[in-house]
Design a protein around this ligand. Structure first.
Ligand code: HEM
Length: 460
């Protein structure tokens, strides 16, 4: 068997584990620089493969996709995501992806545009002129409002609050290490289904975060189930949930059960919120760091957008603004790595990959690799104004790649460009921080210190 290079001594592996804990980005950087684009690591019974080149990543995510499922690290999220699109596999995933696609057509997204505008206006109504704000926090709130309202339609204030609190509790908990510690302990105990055992033990842990997490799941489940019942009875077609209720497969069959609908709603609420909000927070950081980019973007927006908010048709004309958002996701991809588990023995970059290997594709690293990007650390939106036919498409992966590419790309782009254009059309932004933000790495990549700014209303 020809395995990829990697550390062999126990001491070297321990050093790597410690360095990964200290600074995951530096760990990836150093490991690739030392061993090359394909690195094999074995920790106890767990096999890992790290991949950094576009050809290798394309093999995993696209060419050989049927030989992979979501990696073991996603399993701990099953309690929250159930059998939803994000973490399901095989036939369940394939069937669901087809059903879900009908709710994400460009027509469906266009219908959501007025709601996005409404939420932008609502957000800006609360902004005092000359006030200080954390734009990361504001983006977090508005993206959650947009995704919950587009999914579930008009919600009462109480319902909105329940969703917001539950989503925050769930995300906060998923960032803790309880599960990893339990899995390490269980790896030396003869238990068959270690993940199920870890989740069971977790539910008994006497910590406040654990209690809030399980309470949040119950609250969100109760609320989503009651909304599903209500929308089924109303039999309308006003929002994404209505479309999912009606969705059928190509033979007009296969409608979703209430439990499957619940899983998909929760998947969309969580997948469609944090990602977009972080991408926007990083974009604000970048335009504040580069005043010439900010100025150029503002000029384009002032030229294209006539009223206070961009019309749907304006979005495709805001080409520079789109390039800024894409460049920001190149340097700060909200999902900074994507992983899979091999179902059977296979190969990547010519190396053998044993069945059961956890394969990590290093999105953050490849998007800053000087072999594929000129001056990779510079923020240059212009690179997205031209299409380079020689650029391998698996060098830019903020939305992933292959059959499991993000289903929400159009919604994310529509939302992001509408929000950026609305804010810059109505406000001048000044930064209220001195240093570049630090990376907060969990499932997503966030600016740890938020994005503190001063906002001044534009005088008309
Ligand atoms: C800037 C915003 C976003 C980014 C950067 C992003 C990124 C990603 C990435 C990298 C994946 C692939 C994960 C993997 O292969 O393991 C993914 C999948 C997914 N995303 Fe997004 N996403 C964004 C917005 C959204 C939105 C707005 C929605 C929903 C409305 C959404 C729903 C999903 C779902 C359901 C999947 C799973 C698809 C499948 O496995 O078939 N995302 N996203």
């Amino acid at each position: 068997m020809k395995l990829a290079p990697g550390p062999s001594s126990v001491w070297e592996k321990i050093k790597m584990l410690l360095s990964r804990r200290r600074d995951p980005i530096q760990f990836y950087e150093e490991t690739f620089n030392r061993y090359g684009d394909t690195v094999y690591l074995k920790f106890g019974k767990l096999d890992f493969l790290m991949v950094r080149n576009p050809e290798g990543i394309e093999e995993v995510l696209q060419i050989d996709a049927k030989n992979y499922i979501k990696s073991v690290s996603y399993e701990r999220f099953r309690l929250v995501f159930g059998n939803g699109l994000l973490i399901s596999n095989g036939e369940t995933w394939r069937k669901q992806r087809l059903l879900m696609a009908s709710a994400f057509t460009s027509k469906s997204i266009e219908r959501l545009h007025p709601l996005i505008i409404e939420e932008c206006q609502e957000m800006m109504k609360n902004w005092k002129d000359d006030g200080k704000f954390d734009l990361a926090e504001e983006m977090n709130l508005i993206t959650l409002q947009i995704i919950s309202k587009s999914m579930l339609d008009q919600l009462t204030d109480e319902e909105t609050k329940t969703i917001r609190q539950s989503v925050q509790e769930i995300l906060r908990y998923l960032q803790t290490s309880y599960h990893h510690i339990l899995m390490m302990i269980l790896s030396i105990v003869p238990v068959k289904d270690k993940i199920a055992a870890a989740i069971k033990v977790e539910s008994y842990l006497p910590f406040p975060k654990v209690k809030s997490f399980f309470r949040a799941i119950k609250n969100i489940d109760d609320l989503v189930h009651s909304i599903i019942e209500k929308r089924r009875k109303l039999n309308r077609n006003d929002n994404l949930l209505d479309q999912l209720i009606r969705a059928t497969d190509d033979q007009g069959q296969g409608k979703m059960s209430n439990q499957q609908l619940r899983d998909e709603v929760v998947n969309i609420l969580l997948a469609g919120h944090e990602t977009t909000s972080n991408a926007l927070a990083w974009t604000f950081h970048q335009i504040l760091k580069y005043p010439e980019v900010y100025q150029k973007m503002k000029e384009e927006i002032n030229q294209v957008v006539q009223g206070e908010s961009p019309a749907y048709e304006d979005l495709s004309k805001l080409v520079y603004t789109q390039a800024v958002f894409k460049e920001s996701m190149r340097l700060y991809p909200p999902f900074w790595r994507v992983s899979r588990r091999s179902l059977k023995d296979t190969k990547v970059n010519g190396y053998d990959v044993p069945a059961g290997t956890n394969v990590i594709t290093a999105i953050y690293t490849i998007q800053r690799d000087e072999r594929y990007w000129e001056h990779p650390l510079e923020f240059r939106p212009e690179r997205f104004l031209i299409t380079d036919p020689n650029q391998h498409r698996f060098t830019y992966l903020p939305f992933g790649g292959g059959p499991r590419i993000c289903i929400g790309i159009s919604l994310a782009m529509t939302e992001a460009i509408t929000i950026l254009a609305s804010v810059l059309k109505n406000y001048d932004i000044e930064k209220d921080f001195d240093q570049d933000p630090t990376l907060l790495l969990s499932i997503t990549m966030q600016p740890k210190e938020g994005c503190k700014v001063k906002l001044k209303k534009v005088q008309k």
